[in-house]
Design a protein around this ligand. Structure first.
Ligand SMILES: Cc1ncc(COP(=O)(O)O)c(C=O)c1O
Length: 392
């Protein structure tokens, strides 16, 4: 059957492709150390599962009403954004509940982009942004980050990417795959560039609760009234509460954009399962100490893997400030290995050393690879030993 141009232009998610190849090798009895996972290795906390059971027992098995999310969850989201992010949103008109953070982002691009509109995308970026922009008729304008600045972009770089066609700027901190986080003054400096301009900001805050050391978190929309009025803030249960498989996320922002996203959702997915919404209420409103404990584990592993990678000649690895990824620059090794870029590097590493990493090419930086440290210290050591042998 003839496929549409949009479908044929779409590429498979590089992250999922690597995980699938690693899993296939594992099922053939090969001992693969995987740094591919984009999800916590912890199970969903018990009180969250219990809330889903309770909702099921209570008959919460019908369509969610409205499709954009049940009011108790919208209220819990608004309370979370106030408590953690110093943002005030009206739960009835400014919050939409979605099928993971991924659907929230897709709906936002669909709600704001017309054909040919430009979206500024700092690299490295989460692999789905450019594909979602393209599916909605937009054009990505990529700003490359530099390893020397931990891949963070500067206000000057942002300024020079703006044109008459700029419709949106995607801001993701802490960053997947980069592992960096913008400091409050850096968020303010970027927002200063957009002050007074009619450019929408999509602030992807999936990892806002996974920030390390002295790094302080600042939500983009909290910088100024202008930033608040032009920003859509995204988050999900996925990373903070180890709920990736539950498929639940949310967005908050200006009422007209949220209404458009809700309309689009009512004609596509009809929203998320009702009993899952009750589970996220429990997650957002319940005991938060488990979040701190997961964060602490990630911080220890991040520091360890970074130190070990930097000890390997040819690898330059900025220290992670949040999320659960390191994104070393491995391009100095390409010549010696005779590989053309990160895809060949990653597939040779997987085939010859049985270590799975995600090529940076899919994130706009072909000199780098992403390693997720959402895995045990033992696996980290085994995997890094193999990488060191592979490169020696
Ligand atoms: C930066 C970023 N945004 C969005 C998502 C999507 O999250 P979800 O699994 O809730 O759809 C991810 C997940 O990997 C992510 O890393």
């Amino acid at each position: 059957m003839k496929l549409s141009r949009r479908a044929t232009e779409l590429t498979e998610s590089a992250t999922l492709a690597v995980s699938a190849k690693a899993a296939e090798m594992g099922s053939c009895g090969i001992d693969v150390v995987s740094f591919g996972a984009g999800e916590p290795d912890f199970d969903t906390p018990e009180h969250i599962k219990e809330a889903a059971w309770a909702a099921l027992r209570d008959g919460q098995t019908k369509y969610a009403k409205p499709a954009s999310g049940i009011l108790p969850l919208k209220e819990a989201v608004a309370a979370k954004l106030d408590r953690d992010n110093h943002l005030k949103y009206d739960p009835k008109s400014q919050v939409v509940i979605t099928v993971g953070g991924k659907e929230a982002l897709f709906l936002a691009f669909a709600a704001i982009l017309d054909d040919g509109d430009e979206v500024i995308l700092p690299a490295p970026y989460w692999v789905s942004y450019p594909e979602q922009v393209g599916l909605n008729g937009g054009r990505s304008v990529v700003i490359p980050g530099q390893v020397a600045n931990s891949y963070k972009i500067t206000p000057d770089q942002l300024e020079s990417a703006i044109t008459d066609r700029t419709r949106a700027f995607v801001f993701n901190s802490p960053n997947n795959p980069g592992g960096f986080a913008y400091e409050p003054n850096e968020v303010e400096a970027l927002a200063e560039v957009l002050e007074g301009r009619d450019i929408a900001v999509l602030s992807d805050e999936m990892y806002d609760r996974i920030v390390f050391g002295n790094h302080e978190y600042k939500s983009y929309a909290s910088v100024s009234d202008h930033a608040y009025e032009h920003t859509i803030t995204f988050n999900a249960g996925s990373k903070t509460y180890a709920m990736t498989g539950w498929r639940i996320g949310y967005a908050a922002g200006p009422a007209d954009v949220i209404k458009a996203m809700a309309n689009l959702q009512s004609q596509t997915t009809s929203g998320t399962p009702t009993f899952v919404q009750h589970a996220l209420v429990a997650a957002l409103s319940g005991d938060q100490s488990l979040v701190a404990s997961m964060r602490g584990d990630f911080e220890g592993r991040g520091a360890h893997i970074c130190e070990r990678l930097n000890a390997i000649p040819g690898i330059v690895c900025p220290e992670p400030a949040g999320a659960f990824y390191v994104f070393p620059d491995v391009s100095q090794c390409y010549g010696k290995l005779g590989v053309a870029g990160s895809i060949e590097f990653s597939s040779r590493l997987l085939e010859e050393a049985h270590v799975a990493v995600v090529p940076g090419e899919a994130s706009g930086m072909d000199g780098c690879v992403r390693l997720s440290f959402a895995t045990s210290m033992e696996n980290i050591d085994r995997g890094v030993d193999r990488i060191a042998d592979f490169l020696s």
